[in-house]
Ligand binder design. Sequence first.
Ligand SMILES: Cc1cc2nc3c(=O)[nH]c(=O)nc-3n(C[C@H](O)[C@H](O)[C@H](O)COP(=O)(O)OP(=O)(O)OC[C@H]3O[C@@H](n4cnc5c(N)ncnc54)[C@H](O)[C@@H]3O)c2cc1C
Length: 723
Amino acid sequence: MGMPELLSSETLLPEIAHADLVAQLTVALPPASLLHQREDLKPFECDGMTAYQRVPLLVALPENEDQVRAVLRICHKGRVPVVFRGAGTGLSGGALPYAQGLLLVMAKMKQILHIDPVARMARVQPGVRNAAISEATAPHGLYYAPDPSSQIACSIGGNVAENSGGVHCLKYGLTVHNIQKLRFVTIEGELLEIGSEGLDAPGYDLMALITGSEGMLGVVTEVTVKLLPKPEKAQVVLAAFDDIVKAGQAVADVIGAGIIPAGLEMMDKKATAAVEQFVRAGYPLDAAAILLCESDGTSEEVANEIGRVKEVMKNAGATEVRTSRDETERLKFWAGRKAAFPAVGRIMPDYYCMDGTIPKKQLPYVLKRIDELSAKFNLQCANVFHAGDGNLHPLIMFDANNGDQNSGSLTHNTIVGNIITASKTVQLGCVPRSLDRTQDNAYEYIACTSPANGDKIIALRTSDDTAVFQLAIAAPTFVLVRPNDTQLFVGQGNGHVTTIDISKRADGSRKNVVLPKRTITLSPGNLVTSLAFVPGGGTLIVGTNTGFTFNYDVVGNLPALIASHQSFNGVAAVGLSPDSTKTYVFLNAPAYDLDASGNVLLAGNVHIMNTATLSVLSTLNCSPNPITAALLVKKRYFYVTQSDGTLCTVDTTTDLVVNSSAPGGFLAAEDIAGKRLFIADQQDNVVETVTLGKTGPTSDQQGVSFGGLPANSTVVGLSVFSK
Ligand SMILES: Cc1cc2nc3c(=O)[nH]c(=O)nc-3n(C[C@H](O)[C@H](O)[C@H](O)COP(=O)(O)OP(=O)(O)OC[C@H]3O[C@@H](n4cnc5c(N)ncnc54)[C@H](O)[C@@H]3O)c2cc1C
């Protein structure tokens, strides 16, 4: 893949000095809206196309149209190149900045300005998430139809710039067909209004010119979208095929029969296998490919169309044809499709997502060729796509660390029961699950499980890296040392949180005894995945795999439940803001899930809650990928690692995701001095150091590799102490 021509060019140098430019922009923007320190800029170095990265000269985050215009006028006068960015989920590198240019990020302009249910329109700012429009208009029985798979994160401004489509676009059209009016600022800072709230507008029809212009003609500052009434009924046919070419032919047959389904999507066997492990959508795993074909409208229309679709599928050779029996099942079928990208991200360290549209009649031929190429180059390829409009997304899986990229299979390592320290390898005889150190750095407490040797908590003395103490405890999954080093909380696989007294005796040794009656008992289905302690209030936040977040008072004689929140998917980590007033809940569940009534829950990735009441303040989406761990660094930023090896950084002062796609790892620890970050990467046996900048992690990767881990190790935790 070649570098786009302009990118390799360094001719676009600004004609005004950096300091002058910063001075001028400082007048035009509030202080928090102009980033110019390298460590603040680093998170914006790429979008969803992570293969190319370039740190911008400056980042501007305007809060209103006047600020957008002022920034553009200054840049135009100084001949500073500008690139626009929405949520940075684009897969074609459109938001990749210039090293000598300004990145204009629209993320702070995220207000829904007006909803007109009668005219079925909504006026929104460009940073509003696609899914947020349907969420806001649902009470009026309305929704916004174009639904890119990234809809929980991508912005409407980005959708306009990319003319984005999704499952429902086959029947309801692309972005261009679903917008009415735009406010738009040219690179010179001139404001234009295009389109109107009526059916037609005077002058040239520039809507189609701007839509899909990829940010090359100016920046969208306001979008008036069309809204549709939620259909009375929707139903999905799931058809399985023993041959991918037959499935491709069935797509052509559906369209050929004059049926325009509300959605027509295809997934091949590799994609369904990945999805089933992840969301259990109920897909048949023996099928070479499945088709999901949705019909919506009145009950009569749906019944009629579903009957015709089933017939076409059977005639095309489907081995199984199922119809969703109720709304819960329909949403379950779609939940699998929508989680396909992150599902593939879970099983392979890297994948390259192609995005191309082909004539529909060529589907069988193209799918056959993809299969042949996959075999020829020994690269697995999962196919997930909007089959109805011929928009393919072959996901080419590879392992960037594997020179010839031919491993082809997931190498999930056997866990060996060792703790690797700077000085030696300590044989534990059990599998470490989690570790935490005392604040005085004297001990490392390790949760360790083993069917043969029994589960236990081990205390490692850090002065000589010797295991000095063992305490039998069932299925320990998470350990947390209370800040004053007097108690150790142990989360367990059986739904308990046990408190161990680790305070010092008079002779300086630790007591290490289970405190009677200090065990919190959750319901048995709750495996405790994470704990966080709120120092001021003396409360403990408990995250579990079943998605509960409990808040317990652990100061009194018995732990008392203060509040609980139950509607989350699996909680990967819980963390607190530096002042503990906010609780961040990081999810490892798919971005989409169903509640008990079958409504789609946009679970998102990070819920920000009021610590005292556990009420949700806001929801952030790093990306639709499950989160594996989260760590607060520099007393300000959460460094959030995701299952597909990407990281996102959440700024706790603004509660904005400041990066959603830089390369990351899956576990991290900050050193005592706050200068370095240690990261375990996805290959389990590598630990790297990354320099921490003044305000957050950069991914400079300038540190050394921490070698010496045995080949079959899985890194389960990192802890840093000074000796
Ligand atoms: C998991 C995943 C699934 C995806 N699925 C789909 C899909 O089903 N269909 C689909 O179409 N795309 C899909 N995409 C691609 C991407 O999400 C869309 O292109 C989306 O519209 C980009 O929106 P954004 O806000 O992230 O834009 P960005 O990535 O920030 O920017 C994209 C382009 O738009 C320009 N831009 C952004 N905001 C503005 C603005 N306000 N004014 C002018 N120009 C602007 C940028 O300069 C850039 O050229 C997917 C991406 C991911 C990661």
